[in-house]
Each structure stands twice: as structure tokens, then as C-alpha cells.
Write a new protein. Structure first.
Length: 537
């Protein structure tokens, strides 16, 4: 049965061009629809049309039917309960201060009895494994725990659909895995429709029943996930795909015949490994590393000037709490891009705030050279005007062409997509001409194309002597664009090594390509290091 039927929908913001153009799509009960597209392509605007309480102010034409009736004809109370929405930023969702109260809040508004509420809360807590932090304050939770709580709070109200706008963008890889497992259970066990926009599709692509691809406000593809691989390859939009099918498209093995136990195009890691094993047996698979000389020790270690130095740094948020940073020491060098990795809540953001001077350690020394600028995890905290053009007034023209903000000049910064907000915040930061850049999750909400632009910029800044310390959950980005990496754990910075050595030695905290090629190709971390001879049979 059709849950949503959208017919010839167009939408535009008051001062901007069309964000959605003549959109028609149906979504069935229990369907898992994955929404793909570059930042600003219309994904978030589309998702908010499905939730009347969140539909932005603007001009709309066309029809949105929910269960066969125009959306506007349903009571607001019904659509509020039956259509759940999970935001990109887990901080934007909670409305109470305690975990148990957040689970109860929606149920209280539905007028359930105390007995029924208690049962629902107990069921959701058990289903999602929330028991251990049931009585905690929400501000004590990690980003991954907050998103699981947001999801559980919505499911407690028995929705027919859940809309998710890049919900994993602020999670570490372990938290992403846990969250995707929850989505898989919802898909398999509940019959609830899931409509999800996501740039980080490595784990979620395999869950999709259908894929919708947006470009410049238009729906250019809607169909099966495997057919979407071929479509995106032919449209030169393979950057929207996960690594495994992207390698399949980029390495020109599309004409391979189907063999027993091998599905083409591959979607999962297991399917990708099966394909690579077969190609390896045929002598068609090589590593680019075999053609390159062994990399010399990093230049910045050998006598390079340091920009940030930490000696025995300790920090805690108040006297009664445990140390977030302890016995922490290290050096960051002029002209390097350093990847600061680790799970949610291990102290990455705290360390950046200590280096920036926003927080003061109670013991130890922090020394910096030159001007230090910090890009926080939430870019909205850097905005103070009602339009993008006002935010950019007085900033340097040096990077404006690269960030392509022209069509967004009269939009409110809060109406931008996550990737667009990141670009705007970084442009504001760079206009200050810092010597040391502290970037907290700078790729959050960005597509692969935007990450490429950012990565090339960071390399250019490093070549000009800027020091960049990058705290990120984006392992693939860190592997491609940093010089060194280290893992934050137990308040300290551990395992600091040249980036490639760091990811080669890790079995779990490593790139998708490393996990894909382990035991088949050695010394491979990045997808560009995989060479496939597509001409041989």
C-alpha cells in the first residue's frame, strides 16, 4: 500500500530559486528508501515536505498524499505521531534533560495512561539496550547514544514512517554500526517505512529497497539499488556510491559475467571481496604500491618546526568528574595535516578546545605559535546574520570561488544543508588567515565531491605552512588527506604514526578498502591504489 504519493511537487524559498522541481514519487508501507544527492540538491527540503510540522516557509505547488488523502487534511496530532523525524545533529532533537523523560515525552502528549507509558518505555529501553543509561542526563550521552535515544523516542509512538536526515554524520564508526543495526531491525521486524538521506552510505546502502537520486532539485533516478550503481556510473556521479560499488564502477569491470555466488554489481563488503579474489586469480588485480618506492620518513619529523606542543596535559570539566585528558603529550608540526581519531566522548573536541585556549588545563603546558582558529563541530555557532551574504561581508575573496556560495547568498544560514553550512563556516574561519587550523568534524554533512574540494584545499594550506589538526570520524577522509594520525583513548593520544602505517596496522579501525583487500592485496589503504586490468578476460 502507498504510504506517501507525491505528485508534481515544486518548492522554493522566498528569496531563492526552486529547491524542488516537478517531483513525483511514491513510498510504500515498510519501504526503505535511501535518498542520495550532492549538498544543496534538495534532499533535506524533500524530507521536510514529508513532515508538516517541519516544512519550511516557501512557495509550494503540487500534491502530497499521505495514506491516500492530502497531507493538509489530516489532524496535526496524527501526522506528528505517525511520521517521525531524526535530525542530522543529535543535539537538535531532545526536548527534556533526562533519558527516561525523553522516552516518555511523546507518550505523555498522546495522553497514554501511566501503565501504558511504563510498558512502552520498558519495551523501547529493552529493544534498544538503553537500560544502562536510562537514568542519565542527556548531556552525558555520546552522539551515538543520543541518536539511538532520538530513534527510540520516535518508535515509542508507533509511527508508520521514520524520516532520517543524515543521522550518522556525527558518529564514530562503532556508533554508526550500532545505529545501522537498529535500522536493520526496524526494517526486518516492524514494517515501518524508513526514508533516509545519507552521505555515509557504506553500511546503509545494503538495507535499501529503493534509491532516489536528486540533482539540482530534480529527481533523476528512482529504482533498485543495484541498478542505481550502473545509473550513477553512467551519469558520472559515482561519488554518491559506497566504496565497494564505486570501485566496481571506476575500475571498469561492469561487463563481467555473473558467476556462482558472485553478484554484480557488488554492494556488500563480502560481495566485493569475492569479486576481487576472482580477479586476483585471473591475474587482473594489482596494488599501485608495488610500483612506488618505499616512502621516506615524513619530512616534518626531521627538524621541522613545531606549531603546537603539549606536555603532560590534564583536563576535567569540574572537580568531581574524571579526567577527560590525562598525561597527554605530543607535537604538531608546521605544514602537516594531523588526523585526530577516536570514538565519541574520548576527548577529541576537548583537546581542540584546550589547544585553542577556550579551555585551560589544570595541569601541564600547551604552547602554540602563530594565530590559532577553531571550527567547532556545530557550524551554526559561527553564524550571526540572517543571510549568507551578510555572513560573508568583509571576508577575503581568496577562497570564495572554490566554495561556490553564489546561489546561496540570500538564504538564511540555518536553511542551508549540512555540507553547505560546513563550507560557509570554513570560509569565515579562513578569512581570519590562521597559522593553525583546528577542525572538528569538518566533513560532517559533506558529499564525496565536497570532501575532495576540502581535501585539496587542506593540502594547499599545508604546503603553505599552515598546521591543521583534524578531529574526525571520517576514516576515509583522514586516510587520504592527513600526514599523520593518532587515536584518542583513555585521555591520551596513542599510536601516532604516518597515516598509511597507522591504517595498515589496524584491523578494525581502518578504511573500507583495507578491509576489502586484506589477504588479497597487501599495502593498500585507498581505493586509488587498487589497479584492475579491465581489458583481460
Amino acid at each position: 500500500m502507498e504510504l506517501f504519493a507525491i505528485q508534481n511537487l515544486t518548492f522554493s524559498y522566498p528569496k531563492g530559486g526552486f529547491l524542488l522541481k516537478d517531483l513525483s514519487i511514491t513510498i510504500s508501507e515498510g519501504e526503505f528508501l535511501l535518498v542520495l544527492g550532492d549538498s544543496g540538491s534538495g534532499k533535506t527540503t524533500f524530507l521536510k515536505q514529508l513532515k508538516p510540522q517541519l516544512t519550511p516557509w516557501g512557495r509550494q505547488t503540487g500534491d502530497i498524499l499521505y495514506m491516500g488523502k492530502p497531507m493538509g487534511e489530516w489532524e496535526a496530532k496524527k501526522t506528528a505521531a505517525e511520521i517521525g523525524y531524526v535530525f542530522q545533529n543529535p543535539e537538535h532533537q531532545p526536548v527534556t534533560d533526562k533519558v527516561w523523560h525523553e522516552l516518555a515525552f511523546g507518550l505523555e502528549n498522546q495522553g497514554l495512561s501511566q501503565e501504558d507509558m511504563d510498558l512502552k518505555i520498558a519495551e523501547m529501553s529493552s529493544y534498544f539496550g538503553i537500560q544502562e543509561w536510562f537514568h542519565k542526563r542527556i548531556d552525558e550521552l555520546s552522539g551515538g547514544q543520543k541518536q539511538i535515544l532520538n530513534l527510540a523516542s520516535i518508535l515509542a509512538m508507533n509511527p508508520k514512517a521514520i524520516v532520517l536526515d543524515e543521522p550518522t554524520s556525527q558518529m564514530d564508526p562503532i556508533a554508526v554500526n550500532n545505529f545501522v543495526q537498529m535500522l536493520q531491525r526496524i526494517k526486518e521486524e516492524t514494517g515501518i517505512a524508513v526514508i533516509m538521506a545519507e552521505h555515509n552510505t557504506e553500511q546503509v546502502y545494503k538495507l535499501a529497497d529503493s534509491v532516489a537520486v536528486f540533482s539540482d532539485g530534480s529527481l533523476i533516478y528512482h529504482g533498485e539499488p543495484r541498478k542505481a550503481v550502473s545509473f550513477l556510473g553512467e551519469a558520472n556521479m559515482q561519488q554518491l556510491l559506497p566504496v565497494v560499488p564505486r570501485i566496481y564502477v571506476k575500475k571498469a569491470v561492469k561487463k563481467e559475467a555473473k558467476e556462482e555466488n558472485v553478484l554484480l554489481p557488488p554492494i556488500t563488503l563480502q560481495e566485493g571481496r569475492s569479486l576481487l579474489r576472482r580477479l586476483n586469480q585471473q591475474g587482473r588485480l594489482e596494488s599501485l604500491s608495488s610500483y612506488l618506492p618505499e616512502k621516506e620518513s615524513a619530512h616534518y619529523i626531521n627538524g621541522q618546526e613545531w606549531s603546537v606542543q603539549l606536555k603532560e596535559v590534564y583536563y576535567r570539566y569540574n572537580r568531581n568528574n574524571k579526567d577527560v585528558l590525562k598525561h597527554l603529550q605530543g607535537r604538531f608540526y608546521k605544514g602537516e595535516c594531523f588526523g585526530l581519531l577516536g570514538g565519541n566522548g574520548v576527548g577529541k573536541s576537548t583537546l581542540l578546545n584546550v589547544i585553542s585556549g577556550a579551555l585551560s588545563p589544570y595541569s601541564g603546558k600547551v604552547k602554540t605559535k602563530g594565530k590559532v582558529s577553531y571550527l567547532p563541530q556545530n557550524p551554526e555557532s559561527m553564524f550571526s546574520h540572517d543571510t549568507v551574504i551578510d555572513e560573508l561581508f568583509g571576508t577575503s575573496d581568496k577562497y570564495k570561488d572554490l566554495f561556490k556560495m553564489e546561489r546561496l547568498l540570500y538564504r538564511h544560514p540555518y536553511d542551508l544543508s549540512g555540507g553547505e553550512q560546513q563550507r560557509l563556516a570554513l570560509l569565515i574561519l579562513l578569512s581570519r588567515e590562521p597559522d593553525v587550523l583546528l577542525l572538528d568534524e569538518p566533513t560532517k554533512g559533506m558529499t564525496e565531491k565536497e570532501k575532495y574540494i576540502l581535501g585539496e584545499l587542506l593540502q594547499t594550506l599545508s604546503e603553505h605552512g599552515k598546521t591543521i589538526i583534524l578531529a574526525s570520524h571520517d576514516i576515509e577522509f583522514a586516510a587520504k588527506y592527513t600526514n599523520r594520525c593518532g587515536l584518542m583513548f583513555d585521555g591520551r593520544l596513542t599510536g601516532v604514526k604516518d597515516t598509511k602505517k597507522f591504517f595498515l596496522q589496524n584491523r578494525y579501525y581502518t578504511t573500507t578498502v583495507r578491509r576489502l583487500t586484506r589477504g588479497i592485496l597487501e599495502n593498500v589503504v585507498l581505493e586509488d591504489e587498487v589497479i584492475i586490468d579491465a581489458g583481460r578476460r
